[in-house]
Ligand binder design. Structure first.
Ligand SMILES: C[S@@+](CC[C@H](N)C(=O)[O-])C[C@H]1O[C@@H](n2cnc3c(N)ncnc32)[C@H](O)[C@@H]1O
Length: 376
């Protein structure tokens, strides 16, 4: 046993002893740490309640109401059509979670976290679809054992378990496509700030959803040609949006199944935004190889998604997406290093992990297609 193992074994024995816990909570030098740890553990026990309180605030449009200005509890009760005592209970809970603030004159205004929700359609959209994930998480052990029963998230992300994703009708893809479009602002700026696209001629966004990422890229780089590839029903939705935005001359959408079909050989930069984590390793390697074939020499591939071990955001990749993708039925969250290993297997070189401002929202890995060596 190493020295570190021996130290950790002793630490675990002490921390799990009720006598030590009582002593540490009373002793002045350990009291602070003991309280912080007890609070962290309580937060883990109660996290699902906090999430549901946030969900109630979003469902009732409480933040939009308070964005206009602070109100008294009876005014809020009337606007939310809730009994006064329920409103007071909700407000008290929301104040404790920094979603709402108590203001002068018995009024309530936005709290620091509630204010951040206002105008943030991306986070609201994520919260609103959480009942599906919440239902699947009712029995996490069943999920871990992969026991039977279809999941809510598996049904929602219809391609995850479909044998023929290219045949999915628009009704099956509409909800997730809308959610992705609404939540894209969370990641688009992160990617485009970390990797400006000005030096490129044509961007192919694979699994590009309703085209929101391409439109954001196009706004920043007016000369960039934009091509999207997604399942036929999703590509038609993107095509419609390009037409509505008057982008027909520089943007187009191609329908297909990237597991089977060749990617268009057209772009000098390809992006995979929140796509790779949806798929298992074997499918990802096939997709990365297809991207490698589709790129010219020195062409660039961008992979952007929330990653495991992201600085200051470890639970987002490992816990949230770890279980989200388990419930969805395919894929896994990966660290930048794991993505790099898959890119090397697919033939890419010069692989770099670029810093984004909010690693919680997205990490970014950039890889280049090295010129083929020609032997004479
Ligand atoms: C999680 S969404 C991400 C959408 C978009 N990139 C974004 O970040 O908003 C994954 C996308 O991959 C597409 N997709 C999944 N499987 C596919 C397949 N076999 N062929 C083509 N597209 C696929 C889905 O239709 C969906 O639009």
């Amino acid at each position: 046993m190493s020295l570190a193992d021996r130290y950790l074994a002793i630490r675990d024995r002490w921390l799990s002893s009720p006598r030590f816990q009582r002593w540490a909570a009373a002793f002045p030098l350990t009291r602070g740490t003991a309280r912080t740890r007890a609070r962290a553990l309580f937060d883990l026990c109660a996290g699902f309640v906090y999430s549901q309180i946030l969900f109630a605030c979003v469902r009732l449009h409480l933040f939009d109401l308070l964005a206009v200005g602070p109100l008294t509890a009876p005014d809020i009760a009337e606007a939310l059509r809730l009994p006064l005592d329920s409103t007071e209970r909700l407000l008290e809970a929301a104040v404790s979670l920094k979603l709402v603030d108590a203001r002068s004159g018995s009024r309530f205004g936005l709290g620091a976290l509630g204010a951040a929700m206002v105008g943030n359609g991306a986070v609201k959209a994520m919260v609103e679809h959480h009942p599906l994930f919440y239902a699947d998480m009712t029995d996490p052990v069943r999920l871990l054992r992969r026991e039977g029963r279809a999941t809510e998230l598996g049904r929602y992300w219809a391609y995850a378990e479909s044998a023929e994703p290219a045949a999915l009708p628009s009704a099956a893809v509409a909800d997730y496509t809308s959610l992705m479009g609404r939540s894209l602002p969370l990641v688009a700026d992160e990617i485009l700030d970390a990797y400006p696209l000005h030096k490129h001629r044509c961007l192919l966004d694979v699994g590009g959803g309703d085209g929101s990422f391409l439109m954001a890229a196009g706004r920043r780089c007016p000369d960039l040609q934009l091509v999207l590839m997604d399942l036929p029903a999703v590509a038609s939705c993107a095509e419609r949006r390009f037409a509505e935005a008057g982008l027909q001359s520089r943007a187009r959408a191609v329908g297909g199944n990237f597991h089977d079909d060749e990617l268009p050989h057209i772009a000098d930069v390809i992006s995979l935004v929140r796509v790779v984590h949806d798929h298992d390793d074997a499918a990802v390697i096939r997709l990365l190889r297809a991207a490698h074939r589709a790129l010219p020499d020195h062409g660039v591939l961008l992979i952007a998604e929330p990653m495991k071990q992201a600085s200051g955001a470890a639970p987002v990749g490992a816990a949230y997406f770890g279980f989200y993708l388990l419930a969805m039925g395919s894929g896994r969250a990966r660290s930048a290093a794991e993505l790099e290993a898959l890119l090397v297997t697919a033939g890419f070189g010069s692989i770099q992990s670029l810093a984004t401002r909010q690693p919680l929202q997205s990490g970014l890995v950039v890889a280049t297609k090295r010129p083929q060596q020609v032997f004479h």
